[in-house]
Design a protein around this ligand. Structure first.
Ligand code: NAD
Length: 487
C-alpha cells in the first residue's frame, strides 16, 4: 500500500494528517451548479483507501482517548477561532459547490461554528454521575468513555453544518473519525480538515475518505468502526440503519422530510408570507427543514395564495455569489430533471399550477435553475404531496379547521418539522400536543434546533434512537461503565 501526497486540484483524501492520493482510477467531476464550471475531480475511493484510513484512526484512538478532556477542548476552541477567521472563505466555498446564496452559506458556517462551541464544552458533557451511598459503605458511579473509530456519512445540502453535527462532538468525547462527505459537495470537507490540522489536532484523529456507495458499504461492514452517523435521503438512511445495526453497530440515520406549515385565519400575513417564501424557496428548497406543504385553514387561503405568488414573482434567480440573488440552482442537472418531472406529475394529477418556475430566467448561464413553483388545491393522493421533492416547489392544501390541518400533516410518512402561524394560544397548544413531528415552529419558517438541542425527526425522517447534537449527541458518541465499590 503506497501513500502519495498530491496537490489538491484533483481532490485527495485526508488520512493520518496527510493528503493521500486515492488508489482508485474512478473520479467524478464536481461542477459549480450555478455555472456548470468544473471545480474539481473527486476520487471514488476504494476499500483499500478506507482500510488505510480506519487503521490510522484506530491507531490514533489509542492515544487520543487518553488526551485530557480539557486539552481536547482547547483544540476545539482554537478550531472555532480558525473557522471564524475563515468564515467568508468557507461561506463562498459552500455557495460555489452547493449553489445556495452567500448569506445562506454564511449562516450555515455559523451553524457549524455553534456545533464546535457546544462540543468544546466536553469536560461538562463527559461527566458521569455518582451516588456515594447505595448501601452501607457501598458507592456507585457512572463513567463515560468514547467508542473508537466513528464513521460519518453526509449529504450535499449542508456541506459544513451536517459534518459539524458529527465530528466535533465525536472527537471532543475522545473518538476518532472518518468522514465520507457527499461526492457532490466534497470541497468543504477538505478545508475543514486543513483547519483542524492547523488547530493542532493530532494525526489520524480526523480523516476524510471521499467516494460514494462503496465507501458507505465499507464503513457499514468495517469491523473496526463501532458507530455510524448518517444524514441523507430516506431510502439510503433506512438502508444504512438496517445494514449498520445488522452488523452490530450503533447507528443514527437522519433522513428525508416533507414539512407542513399550517396557516390559521388569525395569522399575521406579512410575517407568514415572508417566512414561508424563505422556508419553501430558500436554499432552492434543498433543506430537510424546508416548507414543502402549506395547509391553509379556512378563509385565509385566497389572500395567502395570492400573496405567496406575488412575493415569489419578486425573487431573483442566479449565481448565489452575486449580490442580491435569492434563489440559486438545484444541485445537478439530473436533480433539475427530477424536479421538472414532479412538476409535470402535479399537473397531470390535477393540482392547480399557479406559479410555474419552469419559465423563469436566471442571471447565470449554464446552471441548473428551477424558479419558485407553487401548486394550489393539492390533495393527499398526489405524488407531489406524498414524496420529498427537495427543490423550490411548494404545495398548498386547503382545509376548514385546525383539526383537519393537523390530520393532513400527520398523514405524511415523514415527521421532521412542522410549523404553525397563528396568534391563538389555544391553537398553539393543540398543535404542540397533537402534531406528529419532531421539530415544531410557531410563527417562524425553519425551526431547526441549535447545536445544544437534538435534531429530532422521527417516522421515516429518522432511524435510530439518539438524535444528532445536544445531549443525544454525547450519548451517541460515548458508552458508560458503572463502578460499584465497597469500602
Ligand atoms: P443521499 O442519500 O443521496 O446521499 C447522502 C449520502 O449517502 C452521501 O454521502 C452519498 O454518497 C451516500 N449515498 C447515496 N446513495 C447511496 C446508496 N445507494 N448507498 C450507499 N450510500 C449512498 O442524500 P443527498 O441527496 O446528498 O441529501 C439530501 C437528502 O438528505 C434529503 O432527503 C434531505 O431531506 C436529507 N437531509 C436530512 C436531514 C435531516 O436532518 N433529517 C438533514 C439534511 C439532509
Amino acid at each position: 500500500m503506497t501513500i502519495t501526497v498530491v496537490e489538491k486540484k484533483t481532490l485527495a483524501n485526508f488520512i493520518n494528517g496527510q493528503w493521500v492520493k486515492s488508489t482508485t482510477d474512478k473520479y467524478e467531476e464536481v461542477p459549480n451548479p450555478a455555472t456548470g464550471e468544473i471545480l474539481a475531480e473527486v476520487p471514488i475511493s476504494t476499500q483499500e483507501d478506507l482500510d488505510i484510513a480506519v487503521a490510522a484512526a484506530k491507531k490514533a484512538f489509542a492515544k487520543w482517548k487518553k488526551v485530557a478532556v480539557p486539552q481536547r477542548s482547547r483544540i476545539l476552541f482554537k478550531y472555532q477561532q480558525l473557522l471564524i477567521e475563515n468564515w467568508v472563505e468557507l461561506a463562498k466555498l459552500i455557495t460555489v459547490e452547493n449553489g445556495k446564496n452567500y448569506s445562506e452559506a454564511y449562516g450555515e458556517v455559523q451553524r457549524g461554528i455553534e456545533c464546535v462551541e457546544f462540543a468544546a464544552g466536553a469536560p461538562t458533557l463527559m461527566m458521569g454521575t455518582q451516588l456515594p451511598d447505595i448501601a452501607t459503605n457501598i458507592e456507585s458511579g457512572m463513567y463515560r468513555y468514547p467508542l473508537g473509530v466513528v464513521g460519518g456519512i453526509t449529504p450535499f445540502n449542508f456541506p459544513m453544518m451536517v459534518p459539524c453535527w458529527m465530528f466535533p462532538l465525536a472527537i471532543a468525547s475522545g473518538n476518532t473519525f472518518i468522514l465520507k462527505p457527499s461526492e457532490r459537495t466534497p470541497l468543504l470537507a477538505n478545508r475543514l480538515a486543513e483547519l483542524l490540522q492547523e488547530a493542532g489536532l493530532p494525526e489520524g484523529v480526523f480523516n476524510v475518505v471521499h467516494g460514494a456507495h462503496d465507501i458507505v458499504n465499507g464503513i457499514l461492514s468495517h469491523p473496526d468502526i463501532p458507530a455510524v452517523s448518517f444524514v441523507g435521503s430516506q431510502p439510503v438512511a433506512e438502508y444504512v440503519y438496517k445494514t449498520g445495526t445488522a452488523n452490530g453497530k450503533r447507528v443514527q440515520a437522519l433522513a428525508g422530510a416533507k414539512n407542513h406549515t399550517i396557516v390559521m385565519p388569525d395569522a399575521d400575513l406579512d410575517l407568514t408570507v415572508t417566512n414561508i417564501i424563505n422556508a419553501a424557496f430558500g436554499s432552492a428548497g434543498e433543506r430537510c427543514m424546508a416548507c414543502a406543504v402549506v395547509v391553509a385553514v379556512g378563509e385565509v387561503a385566497d389572500e395567502l395564495v395570492e400573496r405567496l405568488v406575488d412575493e415569489s414573482n419578486k425573487l431573483t434567480i442566479g449565481n448565489g455569489l452575486e449580490e442580491g440573488i435569492f434563489l440559486g440552482p438545484v444541485i445537478r442537472d439530473s436533480h433539475k430533471d427530477k424536479t421538472l418531472s414532479y412538476i409535470e406529475s402535479g399537473v397531470t394529477e390535477g393540482a392547480k399550477l399557479i406559479r410555474d418556475g419552469r419559465k423563469d430566467k436566471s442571471t447565470s448561464e449554464g446552471g441548473y435553475f428551477v424558479g419558485p413553483t407553487i401548486f394550489d388545491e393539492v390533495t393527499q393522493e398526489m405524488k407531489i404531496w406524498k414524496e420529498e421533492i427537495f427543490a423550490p416547489v411548494l404545495s398548498i392544501v386547503r382545509v376548514d379547521t385546525l383539526d383537519e390541518a393537523i390530520e393532513v400533516a400527520n398523514q405524511s410518512e415523514f415527521a421532521n418539522g412542522a410549523c404553525l402561524f397563528t396568534d391563538s394560544a389555544k391553537a398553539i397548544r393543540q398543535f404542540r400536543e397533537e402534531i406528529d413531528a419532531g421539530m415544531l415552529g410557531v410563527n417562524l419558517g425553519v425551526p431547526a434546533p441549535m447545536a445544544f438541542f437534538p435534531f429530532s425527526g422521527y417516522k421515516k425522517s429518522f432511524y435510530g434512537d439518539l438524535h444528532a447534537n445536544g445531549r443525544d449527541g454525547i450519548e451517541f458518541y460515548t458508552r458508560k461503565k458503572m463502578l460499584t465499590a465497597r469500602h
